[in-house]
Design a protein. Structure first.
Length: 490
């Protein structure tokens, strides 16, 4: 393992992560399925020396995403797209998301191994167990299954996939034209797995991946998620919102990895981060306000001819009670902060007396507004109820500032060991990706935090991970793939 270095991934959201960013003049909003557009984003990230380009996925959709994240209303299939990008990029890692609940281990092992070959060792599998129960109805199932059931399946699934990746030893191929010997059958192994969820004979019908095992990623904070992460994951996408939370989460995962017999230093924890970047702090805050002004609140929806209940309901996509009406108003904010904000106007200032009655979420939102806008309760530029509502709507890990401020933030998390880097997301595209690459990455490089060039060819190289030895190497055990002679001939 090389010395600790900062890692940056880039997550592909076709229209960005801000709920109204796609409405900004000049922002992309219609190219989610355009291969040239996607390839262009990947090339920008590769030129900036990002570790990987990441495709999330979801196996169902719902009309509620119209106002929360248009990027997930309909999204391109990860494996197909990553294979295409593998031919148009040369160094950046390619992360695909696949849910063990709706895949078979043999299929997933074959897809990931093939992608690793096509990309020459740049593939990575992001494990999700899925929180959207609607997916079950797309896969001929009655139920999605509870978390325990899904994680039991995932635990068995991951170990089986690793066994399939190892079913061909690296030197199994002879390919001797003179003798006619093509493979050494003693180096091709069945897995003969008989488990609670799967019965798989093997071997895989793809040669061992160039990385041995493609890099494994996982996201989650539940107890079962942490167990899986500590045992299997190379990279973690964490949901920590503060440095203190990040330090605690990272330490917990590393402890679990050590208990599982792994070197904890080989695990990288990368929270998601949406930096809203401009040349100056003032301009970045102005940009944040401009984006928020494009958000449709419930009253805006009514003026557009629809009731809030209408955009939250579709006979095709789901039941009204799945989403709930009226999520973007002071009533919804009131439920979150523990104070009746409906007696105020959106642009009224939040008084110190009102703020003093807020619950934990309300106090957190006040701090969020201050960090993002510089506005404070009772300040010269006071926080308004609209500010709090926007902070409630634009949730997640968002940082607003100039290049030095964004770099300071990333450095603080890295140096304090709250994270090993970040999974960067853009509020809107393509301007914000360029802004991060052109303004923040050079600052991180100037500080000696981030690479100026790739050190190797594979994603494992970028992450400082060794190639795992095949479990059959020096095992002293022969597992024939079938009743074949020791050397299979053409």
């Amino acid at each position: 393992m090389s010395a600790r270095t900062l890692h940056l991934g880039y997550m592909y959201w076709a229209n960005g992560t801000h709920p109204a960013g796609w409405r900004r003049p000049g922002a992309e909003y219609s190219r989610a399925f355009d291969p040239d557009y996607i390839a262009g984003l990947a090339r920008i990230a590769e030129a900036a020396k990002f570790d990987f380009f990441f495709f999330g996925d979801r196996l169902a959709t719902g009309v509620e995403y119209e106002l929360t994240n248009t990027s997930v209303l309909a999204r391109i299939e990860p494996f197909t797209t990553a294979a295409y990008l593998a031919t148009l990029t040369s160094r950046i890692g390619l992360v695909v998301t696949a849910n063990p609940t709706y895949y078979e281990p043999f299929t997933l092992a074959r897809l990931t191994a093939s992608l690793d070959h096509i990309s020459r060792g740049r593939a990575s599998w992001n494990i999700v167990t899925g929180a959207d129960g609607r997916a079950a109805q797309n896969y001929s199932r009655e139920q999605h299954g509870d978390a325990t059931e899904r994680y039991d399946r995932a635990d068995e699934f991951v170990g089986l996939v690793r066994g399939l990746w190892d079913s061909w030893e690296d030197d199994a191929f002879i390919r001797d034209k003179e003798t006619g010997v093509f493979v050494d059958a003693t180096k091709i192994h069945r897995v003969d797995h008989e488990g609670a969820a799967f019965h798989v004979r093997g071997p895989l019908n793809v040669a061992r991946p160039p990385q041995g095992h493609p890099v494994v990623l996982h996201a989650g904070t539940s107890e079962r998620s942490r167990q899986l992460a500590g045992r299997e994951a190379d990279v973690l996408f964490a949901a920590a919102a503060t440095v203190e939370q990040g330090i605690s989460y990272r330490a917990d995962i590393r402890r679990r990895a050590e208990e599982a017999g792994r070197d904890p230093a080989t695990i990288a924890v990368l929270p998601g981060l949406t930096p809203i970047v401009a040349e100056t702090t003032e301009r970045a805050r102005q940009l944040y306000d401009e984006l928020n002004a494009l958000i449709l609140l419930d009253d805006d929806v009514r003026l557009g001819g629809r009731e809030p209940e209408e955009w939250a309901y579709s006979e095709t996509l789901g039941r009204r009670e799945d989403y709930g009406p009226g999520l973007r108003n002071l009533g919804a904010l009131s439920q979150r902060i523990g104070y009746d904000a409906t007696v105020h106007g959106l642009d009224d200032a939040v008084t110190a007396e009102a703020a003093a009655t807020f619950g934990p979420v309300g106090r957190q939102l006040v701090g969020t507004v201050a960090r993002r806008t510089g506005r404070t309760v009772s300040g010269d530029d006071p926080t308004t109820w609209r500010d709090l509502l926007y902070a409630h709507i634009v949730a997640g890990h968002v940082i607003v500032g100039g290049p030095a401020e964004i770099a300071d933030y990333i450095e603080e998390w890295f140096v304090s060991e709250a994270s090993d880097g970040f999974n960067i997301q853009s509020a809107f595209l393509v301007q914000q990706l360029h802004a991060f690459v052109d303004l923040v990455v050079p600052e991180l490089q100037r500080r000696g935090l981030f690479r100026t060039d790739y050190d190797g060819a594979t994603l494992r190289d970028h992450l400082g991970l060794e190639r795992p030895e095949n479990r059959w190497t020096n095992a002293g055990t022969v597992s024939e793939p079938s009743e074949t002679p020791t050397a299979a001939r053409a």
